[in-house]
Every structure is written in structure tokens, then in C-alpha cells.
Design a protein around this ligand. Structure first.
Ligand SMILES: O=C(CO)[C@@H](O)[C@H](O)COP(=O)(O)O
Length: 221
């Protein structure tokens, strides 16, 4: 049976009580903590850095932490996030001068590398590097903010990526991020994604367990 991972984006969490909020969402059934790093340069918003990642680890969060770097440059932050407790690290190819080198840096630090593709970034950026990647993060909104609507054209992009990965005989994880809700997650899974980032659809709900259960129910159909 297909394993699906639910990764709440802490961009929509309560920053004033972040440790407790992350603990609650994991107790509610989430698999992975999605950690959105924004620098007000690569994207027009500013969030948090490796100190907050380390603070979550020190608080006792043991679930995998999936760091999504929306920063430029990339390489200077890879080591800090790996040391702070990241398990997965993705970055945008436009933000690295040497994509293969950045991937290698992530691997050298013992983390799982991913490339994050904006809606307008073609899948061809994966040529020559896909074999080195653990995951591809398909942005289904433009990066920078939570609470945006899923861009419908991304459905076909995910489908094309599934074909590309399968034809190469790889098991690269397809992660999707942006506008994921209980009423579209099944379609996105049908297109080929297996890891789902969701911020507002989980953290903006009064009952996290109910929100995650709705995702799992939709995925089980
Ligand atoms: O990386 C981003 C935005 O840049 C995402 O992780 C969003 O935070 C997802 O939020 P929702 O669309 O699920 O509210």
C-alpha cells in the first residue's frame, strides 16, 4: 500500500508557542515538520533560521524536520540547518549558482537533498541531477506566503514529474506545497505526489487531529 506523508508547514503555526504547537500537530498524526525559511530577498517575506530549528530539537521534537530554503544564496545555510537538526533540505535552483554542489553539500552533511520548483520553473532543471535527489518539492503556489490557492496547472506538472521519475526507475519522493486541502489532496495524489505540505488547512483549524484525519480519509478513497 502507498505510504503518504503529511507535513504541516509551521509558517501557519502559533510562533508564540511554537514548541507546543508543533508537538500538538505531531500528536494529532502529522509525519514530518515542514520548516519554511524565507529571507525577504529570494521571496518577499521573512521567517526563521537555524536557531529556531535547533530550539525545536531542544524542546524534544524528534520527528523528521523538512527544511525548505527560500533563500539566496543557499550554500552558507546548509551546514547550519544540518547542525541544527534538519533531516531533509530543499532549495530553489534559481537561488544556487552551482546546483550540483549545493546538493552535494546537503548530502555531505548527512541530510536528504531536494530541489524546490516554483510554478514557472520547468521540470528540465532536474535533468542531470534527479539521480542525486531524495525529493522534488513542487510548489503549487508562488513561494512566500501561506493561505494561497492551489494553481490548477500544477496538477499536470506533477503528473509529468511522476512519469519522468518512473521512466528512470527512481524512487524520488514528489512533495507538493501550497493550497493543499482535504478536497484536493486526492487529485494531487492521483497525479503522483506522496508527500503533502499543508499550513493553513491544518494550523488554522481548531482541531488538528480532525484536519489530518480528513486528509487521510481523502487519501484512502
Ligand atoms: O512554502 C510555502 C509558501 O511559500 C508553503 O509551505 C505554505 O506555507 C503552505 O501554506 P498553505 O498554502 O498550505 O496555507
Amino acid at each position: 500500500m502507498q505510504e503518504y506523508l503529511i507535513a504541516p508547514s509551521i509558517l501557519s503555526a502559533d510562533f508564540a508557542r511554537l514548541g507546543q504547537d508543533v508537538e500538538s500537530v505531531l500528536q494529532a498524526g502529522a509525519d514530518v515538520v515542514h520548516f519554511d525559511v524565507m529571507d525577504n530577498h529570494y521571496v518577499p517575506n521573512l521567517t526563521f533560521g537555524p536557531m529556531i530549528c535547533e530550539a525545536l530539537r531542544n524542546y524534544g521534537i524528534s520527528a523528521p524536520i523538512d527544511v525548505h530554503l527560500m533563500v539566496e544564496p543557499v550554500d552558507t545555510l546548509i551546514g547550519s540547518f544540518a547542525d541544527a537538526g534538519a533531516d531533509m533540505i530543499s532549495f530553489h535552483p534559481e537561488a544556487s549558482r552551482h546546483v550540483h554542489r549545493s546538493i552535494q553539500l546537503i548530502k555531505d552533511k548527512g541530510c536528504k537533498p531536494g530541489l524546490a520548483l516554483n510554478p514557472a520553473t520547468p521540470l528540465s532543471v532536474l535533468d542531470h541531477v534527479i539521480e542525486s535527489l531524495h525529493h522534488v518539492l513542487i510548489m503549487t503556489v508562488n513561494p512566500g506566503f501561506g493561505g494561497q490557492a492551489f494553481i490548477p496547472e500544477m496538477q499536470d506538472k506533477i503528473r509529468q514529474l511522476r512519469t519522468y521519475i518512473d521512466e528512470k526507475g527512481l524512487n524520488t519522493v514528489i512533495e507538493v506545497d501550497g493550497g493543499i486541502k482535504a478536497d484536493n489532496i486526492r487529485h494531487v495524489a492521483d497525479a503522483g505526489a506522496t508527500m503533502f505540505v499543508a499550513g493553513s488547512a491544518i494550523f488554522n483549524q481548531p482541531d488538528y487531529a480532525k484536519a489530518i484525519h480528513a486528509f487521510r480519509q481523502a487519501l484512502a478513497q
